[in-house]
Design a protein around this ligand. Structure first.
Ligand code: GTP
Ligand code: MG
Length: 206
């Protein structure tokens, strides 16, 4: 079973734990408790590939947004294959922290870590403070940020889609498929670990 670590960063109350709860357990709580320190959830999923379906396990690390716990974050960012970076569309101040979260991620995670920005709580239309354009303007300094996914953990809109997209990017970053035997293996290997065939060109399974 392929296992990948995903971390979730963002300001206090931005909706991190709710995003994970919707994805992992398909639930939403209006009175979600604030996270103390770090939390952890595991989710198995199968991703449909062009050549092969892949089963994998995601280990999802959820961080407290509260400033006093921020010192824990670097150690957990280590070894992550992907990071969700959340802001709350109903709270402009939640954009403020983003630069410092990203700094920690860049200093402590793999250089090819998949980063995905999430605009959270889009069901709260009348309370919206950060427009699509505001968000695009804020994130345009980050060249990796080609798309921002708008989600609602309350309605479930785009939550699963966001995880699937990120997982597909993780797979693209980390795996290749053997032309000879069809097995999937680590991109860093020069020969297939199953049949020994030499890798001629990179071929992503997705
Ligand atoms: N309407 C609506 N409310 C949301 C949504 N996501 C989260 N909330 C609410 O926002 C509040 C904060 O959500 P959490 O998921 O606990 O936020 P968090 O980022 O984990 O917060 P910390 O653990 O304190 O860092 C809770 O009351 C949630 O019910 C959403 O998509 N829509
Ligand atoms: Mg939380």
């Amino acid at each position: 079973m392929l296992k990948y670590k995903i971390i979730i960063a963002g300001a206090k109350n931005a909706g991190k734990t709710s995003l994970i709860a919707r994805f992992c357990d398909n639930v939403f709580k209006e009175d979600m408790k604030t996270t103390i320190g770090v939390d952890f959830k595991r989710k198995s999923m199968t991703v449909k590939g062009a050549h092969k379906d892949l089963s994998l396990e995601l280990n999802i690390w959820d961080f407290a947004g509260e400033e006093k716990y921020r010192t824990l974050f670097p150690a957990y960012a280590n070894g992550a294959s992907a990071a969700f970076i959340l802001f709350d569309t109903t709270g402009r101040e939640t954009l403020k922290d983003i630069d410092s979260w990203l700094e920690i991620i860049d200093e402590n995670a793999y250089s090819n870590i998949v980063k995905q920005v999430i605009a959270a709580k889009i069901d709260l239309k009348s309370e919206r403070e950060v427009s699509k354009k505001d968000a695009e303007d804020f994130f345009k300094k980050y060249e990796w940020c080609t798309d921002i996914i708008s989600t609602s953990s309350k309605t479930g809109e785009n939550v699963e889609e966001a995880f699937i997209l990120v997982v597909k990017k993780i797979i693209k970053n980390n795996l290749q498929i053997c032309k000879s035997c069809g097995e999937v293996f680590n991109k860093k290997l020069k020969n297939c670990q199953y049949c020994g065939e030499k890798v001629e060109a990179e071929l992503s399974p997705i």
